[in-house]
Design a protein around this ligand. Structure first.
Ligand SMILES: C[S@@+](CC[C@H](N)C(=O)[O-])C[C@H]1O[C@@H](n2cnc3c(N)ncnc32)[C@H](O)[C@@H]1O
Length: 255
């Protein structure tokens, strides 16, 4: 399994406990009994399993799209073509190109978990409005990451991390605010990620991946974060590292 796929699987329990249940309940209330859902940036397709396990959806069709072939393939290998009574399809593709090609298809909703902060909000709302009336966007980054115990390089590294989000890739640290600005909000709620010792299963994998991500992103901006990352990995090995990220769950009208 690729590192990305292993990370996505490992963060499943973290997402489970972080999701805002009131926003999820509102999303469920807006859906017909056997909905047709387009999931963009589906990763390893943990969301369809979660919603079936939690009784949110009991039938219908789930179309999972991600540009990362290995992650999607891991999801397909685990789920196959159905999850409970929900038929599941997997498409390795760019979500915008897929939506444009599917313009004759109508979905009851677009779902994008931890996705709407890695794309630009305005074109995303435009593109997905052509195929669905609403989007459920849980775990959308909301501009703040904190590690503890304190390190003298924290501010410089986290500034570089946010600069990378703003200047070196689509989306940005204000992903949740940008989506709320571009689309009419039906419901929203905080969904912070908090990992603290003693770590539960998978949390070391999540933290290790996040440290690699921060170090790599900051490195691309020209700042060497290797010393910071090394000290953070030592704290992780010692079972001392604490991590918190602000996220927001949003349910929005697209049209
Ligand atoms: C942070 S991951 C979240 C994955 C999954 N939704 C989850 O929460 O486990 C974001 C995913 O979006 C995918 N992605 C980003 N931009 C994309 C695009 N334009 N088209 C399709 N997938 C995209 C990435 O490949 C990645 O798997």
């Amino acid at each position: 399994m690729s590192d990305h796929a292993a990370y996505l699987d490992a963060k499943r329990a973290l997402d489970d406990r972080s999701l805002d249940r009131e926003v999820l309940d509102r999303f469920a209330a807006e859906l017909p009994p056997a909905p047709t859902i387009l999931e963009v940036g589906a990763g390893t397709a943990t969301m369809v399993e979660r919603l079936v396990d939690w009784g949110v959806i009991e039938g219908g069709r789930w179309v999972a799209v991600d540009a990362h072939e290995a992650a999607l393939a891991a999801g397909e290998a685990r789920i196959g073509d159905a999850c409970g009574d929900v038929g599941v399809e997997f498409h390795a593709a760019d979500a915008f190109e897929f939506a444009a090609a599917a313009a004759d298809d109508r979905f009851d909703a677009v779902v994008g978990c931890a996705f709407f902060d890695v794309v630009d909000a305005a074109p995303a709302v435009d593109a997905f409005a052509d195929v669905a009336p609403m989007a459920y966007a849980p775990i959308t980054y909301d501009g703040e990451t904190r590690f503890a115990p304190a390190d003298p390089d924290d501010d410089a590294v986290l500034d570089g991390y946010h600069r990378h989000m703003r200047e070196f890739r689509p989306g940005g640290p204000d992903g949740a605010t940008a989506l709320a600005r571009e689309a009419a909000v039906i419901a929203e709620g905080a969904s912070p990620w908090v990992i603290e010792p003693p770590y539960e299963s998978g949390e070391r994998t999540v933290l290790s991946h996040l440290l690699d991500t921060v170090e790599g992103a900051v490195g691309e901006t020209g700042l060497d974060a290797s010393g910071w990352a090394e000290r953070r990995r030592e704290a992780l090995d010692d079972g001392q590292l604490r991590y918190e990220a602000a996220n927001r769950d949003l349910l929005v009208h697209l049209d």
